[in-house]
Design a binder for this molecule. Structure first.
Ligand code: PMP
Length: 353
């Protein structure tokens, strides 16, 4: 049969999303979803959405949603861009700000989609190893000649978080380079760089509704930055897909971000379970670095990362494992609800014995 795939399509290695096996019901702790439901106000917005408007295209600028995000972030709507998941926002950053001669730089251990996007958009990549195993080496990053950086903070899949003051020192030290702070998990750490976008034109902060707002199924993410950066993202969106967010998504996410009390409550619940789970895992002999996210990086006990992953899967608990240097010593485990975490601990105790 003739192969119509372009040379590029044949050569690219796509990102592998977390598995969603359908053979039985699993306790799903492998894709950093929030175990709690979305805000009741978001669900009410879903239920009262006027279906008879679905014959019309949604607002391509997502104006009402951007206004609500701007209010929550203490910026203006012209400082906000929305996309179909923060993955799409991050993807659009590559053609907007980088090019074949304008390289992107990020830590060698970080969110693996950056590398995939870079190849897709033919952007050269430079990486810098982590220092002391889990921490980002900002001194070495500064020394790299590049157009800009992607810094996942907290980092994935380690969960290691960089305090705001350290991020600001880095941003201020590279005024001619763009710093894209991917804050997908920041609400579980609470030191967002978003307010710094009012001070630094070289900073773009990317966030998502998928994690702390429990809306992974809705697909919405956003960027906060100075108007020229936001304008760059709009230009790329309108070269690709004018309507990335449907009307239901815009209404639901708006209601979710307006429900500040519910958001705080679920974030607090996840953090308290993270603290408890980390202590329990350490008591079992695992190395578990400090995490500012809704997941833990767990490994180096008597069994390998692969064995933990495989044995837990047999027992009906899904966690994430990568068969790559450094990562293969660990599994990444999402913080679930209390009962899910209890099952996880019980199964691990059985496996270790
Ligand atoms: N950034 C990081 C670091 C992530 O782990 C993820 C989730 N896989 C994303 C961005 C993308 O999340 P979403 O597209 O659901 O907003």
């Amino acid at each position: 049969m003739k192969n119509f795939l372009s040379e590029k399509a044949r050569s690219l290695a796509p990102y592998t999303a977390g598995e969603q096996p359908k053979d039985k019901r699993y306790i799903k702790l492998n894709t950093n979803e929030n175990p709690y439901p979305p805000s009741p106000r978001a669900l009410a917005a879903l239920n009262t959405f006027k279906g008879d408007t679905l014959n019309l295209y949604p607002d391509p600028q997502a104006e009402e949603l951007r206004k609500a995000i701007a209010l929550a972030e203490g910026v203006s709507p012209e400082n906000v861009f929305c996309g179909n998941g923060s993955d799409e926002v991050l993807a659009l950053c590559f053609p907007a700000f980088f090019g074949e001669k304008e390289s992107a730089c990020f830590p060698a251990i970080t969110y693996s989609f950056y590398e995939v996007f870079a190849r897709f958009f033919s952007v050269p990549v430079q990486t810098v190893s982590l220092k002391e195993e889990f921490y980002i080496d900002f001194e070495r990053l500064k020394g790299i000649d590049c157009r800009g950086y992607f810094i996942a903070n907290p980092n994935a899949p380690t969960g290691a978080a960089v305090p705001l003051a350290e991020m600001e020192r880095f941003i201020a030290s590279v005024p001619d380079r763009l710093v894209i702070a991917d804050e997908a998990y920041m609400d579980f750490y609470g030191q967002s760089c978003a307010p710094l976008t009012r001070k630094y034109e070289n900073l773009l902060v990317v966030k998502t509704f998928s994690k702390s707002y429990s809306l992974a199924g809705m697909r919405c993410g956003y960027a906060v930055g100075c108007p020229s950066l936001i304008e760059g993202l709009f230009r790329m969106k309108d070269c690709f897909n004018s309507y990335p967010l449907d009307g239901i998504c815009q209404a639901v996410c708006r209601a979710a971000i307006e429900d500040i009390a519910y958001h705080k409550k679920t974030v607090r619940l996840v953090i308290s379970e993270r603290v408890r789970l980390q202590a329990e895992l350490r008591a079992l002999g695992f190395t578990v670095p400090e995490s500012g996210a809704n997941f833990l990086f767990v490994g180096r006990a008597r069994i390998s990362g692969k064995e933990i992953y495989t044995r837990l899967k047999e027992e009906g608990v899904l966690v994430r494992f990568w068969d790559k240097p450094f990562l293969r010593d660990f599994c990444r485990i999402t913080v679930g609800a209390r009962e899910q975490n209890d099952v996880l601990i019980e199964k691990l105790k059985q496996i270790l014995s």
